[in-house]
Design a protein. Structure first.
Lengths: 278, 366
C-alpha cells in the first residue's frame, strides 16, 4: 500500500469508523443512574420506532429536509443554467461563481440571525410593507414557523445545489447544443431532451446534500422556528444534555446514519441509471 | 441546571456594584489567614464561577492556584465527579437537581461546618437546604441562585395572580416559554400537581396536555435570556416564564411595564452549590476556597461578574443603592419569598419527563 494513503486511512478509521462503532455500542446499552452500562438490548431502537415523539420527529425533519432540497434545486437550477450557457464570458462566469459561494464566507449563525432580522416584526419586510402603506402594523407570519426555517435553510444551502448542478451542466459540450439547433430543435426542446436528462445526476447529488443538511439542522429551527418546529437533532441534543440518555441518543443517531446510507445508495443507483455518457 | 439552560452567564450585567469598594473590603477582611504555598485546586464548574475577579484575590492570599474546567451540564459534572474522583477534581458546583445524585453516589463528602463561619450569614433557605442534606450532614455550600418568574405586560391579563394567566386566550401568539423542563413543571402546577419533580404517568400526561393547550399562545420556546429580552423589547411577545436576568435587562432597557407576577402557585428555583469531591477535603486549599466563596465579599464580586443573586445575605449590604433597589424589586433578598420557592430536585425519570416535554413541543397547536 502506498505510504501516502496512510494519513487519510488513519483519519478515516479514527474519526469515522471508530466514532460510528462507539455510537453503535452505546445504542445497545442503558443508563445506570448517571453512568453508562454496556448491554445488548434493542429497547432503545424500540423506543425510536414505536414511542412518541421520536419517529414522527424524524419524519418531520425529513419533511423539512425535503422542502429544503426541492426549493434549493428549483432556485439553483436557473443559476447553474445561466452559469453554464448564458453568461457572455468566462470572466462573467467567474464573477457569478464567486457570488454564489460568497455567502459561505459568512458564518452560519450570522446568516440565520440576518434572516431573523429581515423577517421579524421590525424587520426589512415589515418595514417595507408599512412604508408602502400596505399594512398598518407588523405582520407576524414571516417568523417563528416552518416557513422561516425552510427559507433560511434554503438560502444557506442553495450554493451546494448550484455547484452540483453546474458541475454536471458544464460537461455538456457546446457542439451538442449546436448540433441540436442545426437539426431544428428550439430552446425548449434542447432543454427538455438534452440539458434536463443530462443534468439529473447533478440535481440528485445537490438534492441529497441539501436534504441531508436540512434534515440534520438544529440551529435554524432553534433560532427561527415556532412552537412546534422541533427537529431530530435538537431531540438528540436534549437527550444528551438534559436527560443524559446517551444510549437512546445513540440509537437515534444510528437510525439516521442507516437511513442516510440507504438514501445515498438509492440515489447513487438512480444517478448511475440517469448518467449520460458524453 | 439543565443543559443549555444554565441561565447563560451574562456579562451584560444589570447589577452595578462599586467593585473597588468590595475589592478593598475583601482584601482587608480576607477570611483565610494562612497561605498554602504551591497549593492547587481543581474545579469543575460553570463558566463565570471561577472568574479572575474573585480567583485572583484568593490565589494572592492563599497561594492556591485555581484550575477551573468548565462544563455545560450537570450530567457532565456528576459523571466526571463520580468517575474521576479527587485525583483530578477537588470541587464541583452542581445545581440542586443534581446534588442528591452525588451525595447518594458517595461521590462527595460531608462538610465540616466548623470551618465555614460564613454559613451563619446565609439566607435561612440556604443554611441547611434539603438538597444538600443527608442525615445531619451538610454536603455543599450554596452559591448562586435564582427562581423562575411568570412575567406579563401590565394589563395584558388584568388581575393576573396565577400561572393560569398564561393560558388566557387574550395572549394568543403572544408569549414565549422557556425551552426547559421547567416549562413542564409550569404546566404541572397549572393542572394542580403538588410534587412536580416526582410526577406519576397520569400527572405527566395531564401536564403534557396542558402544555399542548398552551401552544396557541406560544410564539417561541426561548433558549436564552437574551432571546426572551429581544422578543419582549421588539414587541413580539407580551410575556412568558422567564428569569431575573431577563427581567433586569428588560427593565434596564426602559420596559418597566413587564410585571413579575406573584403567582399563587409555587415557583421553581435553581441553586448551585460548591461540593467537595470525596477525599478532596484533605487538600488545604479546598476549605480555603469554600470559606472564600461563602463570604459576603466574594459573593458581591461574583454578583458583579454573573448577575446572579448569591446565598450570603450580607452580600446585599455591599451593593450600591441602585442594585439593592433592583434586587429588592426582584425579591431575591426576601427570605419569605425564598422559603416559598419550589426548589428544583433531582427527577428520577428525567428521560420520561424529556420525552413528554418533546412530545408536547412536537405537537401541533390545537
Amino acid at each position: 500500500m502506498a505510504i501516502w494513503l496512510l494519513p487519510p486511512l488513519l483519519w478515516f478509521v479514527l474519526f469515522m469508523l471508530v466514532p460510528y462503532a462507539i455510537t453503535v455500542f452505546y445504542s445497545f446499552g442503558r443508563m445506570d443512574g448517571v453512568l453508562f452500562a454496556p448491554d445488548f438490548s434493542l429497547e432503545n431502537y424500540r423506543k425510536v420506532f414505536f414511542d412518541a415523539p421520536y419517529a414522527p420527529i424524524i419524519l418531520r425533519s425529513a419533511w423539512i429536509g425535503l422542502l429544503t432540497a426541492i426549493f434549493s434545486s428549483l432556485l439553483a437550477y436557473p443559476v447553474a443554467m445561466a452559469m453554464a450557457f448564458n453568461l457572455p464570458s468566462e470572466r462573467a462566469r467567474q464573477i457569478v461563481y464567486i457570488l454564489v459561494i460568497l455567502p459561505w464566507w459568512a458564518s452560519y449563525l450570522v446568516k440565520a440571525y440576518a434572516w431573523k432580522a429581515i423577517l421579524g416584526p421590525s424587520g426589512l419586510i415589515n418595514k417595507g410593507l408599512m412604508s408602502a402603506g400596505l399594512i398598518d402594523e407588523p405582520i407576524r407570519i414571516f417568523l417563528y414557523n416552518d416557513f422561516s426555517v425552510v427559507l433560511t435553510l434554503t438560502y444557506i444551502f442553495t450554493p451546494f445545489a448550484v455547484l452540483s448542478i453546474y458541475a454536471q451542466l458544464e460537461r455538456i459540450p457546446g457542439s451538442l447544443i449546436e448540433a441540436a439547433r442545426d437539426m431544428g430543435a428550439n430552446g425548449f426542446e434542447i432543454f427538455r431532451r438534452i440539458v434536463l436528462p443530462i443534468s439529473v445526476p447533478g440535481v440528485l447529488a445537490g438534492a441529497v446534500i441539501t436534504f441531508s443538511l436540512g434534515f440534520g439542522d438544529f440551529l435554524a429551527p432553534a433560532l427561527l422556528g415556532g412552537s412546534d418546529s422541533l427537529m431530530i437533532s435538537s431531540v438528540v441534543i436534549s437527550l444528551l444534555g438534559v436527560a443524559n440518555d446517551r444510549p437512546l441518543a445513540a440509537a437515534i443517531g444510528v437510525t439516521i446514519i442507516v437511513l442516510a446510507a440507504l438514501l445515498i445508495s438509492a440515489v447513487n443507483r438512480l444517478e448511475k441509471r440517469t448518467q449520460v455518457r458524453l | 441546571m439543565f443543559a443549555g439552560a444554565k441561565l447563560g452567564v451574562q456579562m451584560r450585567n444589570p447589577v452595578r456594584l462599586n467593585i473597588l469598594t468590595i475589592a478593598l473590603v475583601a482584601s482587608a477582611s480576607f477570611p483565610v489567614a494562612e497561605a498554602f504555598a504551591d497549593g492547587e485546586l481543581n474545579l469543575l464548574t460553570w463558566e463565570g464561577y471561577a472568574d479572575d475577579a474573585f480567583v485572583k484575590p484568593f490565589t494572592e492570599k492563599t497561594g492556591c492556584a485555581v484550575n477551573p474546567t468548565y462544563v455545560s451540564s450537570n450530567d457532565e459534572m456528576v459523571s466526571k465527579a463520580i468517575s474521576a474522583g479527587s485525583a483530578t477534581i477537588d470541587l464541583v458546583s452542581p445545581s440542586n437537581d443534581a446534588t442528591l445524585v452525588l451525595i447518594d453516589a458517595g461521590a462527595v463528602e460531608a462538610l465540616d461546618i466548623s470551618k465555614l463561619p460564613h454559613l451563619k450569614d446565609y439566607y435561612p433557605a440556604f443554611q441547611k437546604p434539603a438538597w444538600l442534606t443527608k442525615g445531619d450532614d451538610l454536603y455543599g455550600v450554596p452559591y448562586g441562585f435564582g427562581y423562575i418568574r411568570v412575567a406579563l405586560k401590565e394589563g395584558a391579563v388584568p388581575g393576573a395572580d396565577s400561572v393560569k394567566a398564561l393560558w388566557d386566550p387574550a395572549l394568543k401568539g403572544k408569549i414565549a416559554i422557556w425551552d426547559n423542563l421547567e416549562s413542564l413543571y409550569l404546566a404541572a402546577r397549572y393542572v394542580g400537581v403538588k410534587d412536580v419533580y416526582n410526577m406519576t404517568d397520569e400527572e405527566l400526561d395531564a401536564s403534557m396536555k396542558a402544555l399542548i393547550a398552551l401552544k396557541p399562545n406560544i410564539v417561541k420556546f426561548w433558549a436564552s435570556d437574551a432571546e426572551f429580552t429581544e422578543l419582549y423589547a421588539s414587541g413580539g411577545i407580551l410575556g412568558g416564564n422567564t428569569t431575573e436576568l431577563a427581567l433586569s435587562k428588560i427593565w434596564g432597557e426602559g420596559h418597566g411595564d413587564l410585571v413579575d407576577i406573584e403567582t399563587k402557585e409555587k415557583r421553581g428555583g435553581w441553586s448551585d452549590s460548591w461540593m467537595v469531591v470525596k477525599g478532596a477535603g484533605e487538600n488545604p486549599c479546598t476549605y480555603a476556597w469554600l470559606d472564600w466563596v461563602s463570604s459576603a465579599e466574594s459573593q458581591a464580586i461574583a454578583s458583579k461578574v454573573t448577575g446572579y443573586a448569591y446565598s450570603n445575605a450580607k452580600a446585599f449590604d455591599l451593593l450600591d443603592d441602585a442594585t439593592k433597589a433592583l434586587l429588592t424589586k426582584l425579591k431575591t433578598n426576601d427570605p419569605k419569598v425564598l422559603n416559598e420557592v419550589d426548589w428544583w430536585q433531582p427527577v428520577a425519570r428525567r428521560s420520561k419527563y424529556l420525552e413528554v416535554f418533546n412530545q408536547a413541543k412536537a405537537a401541533s397547536a390545537p
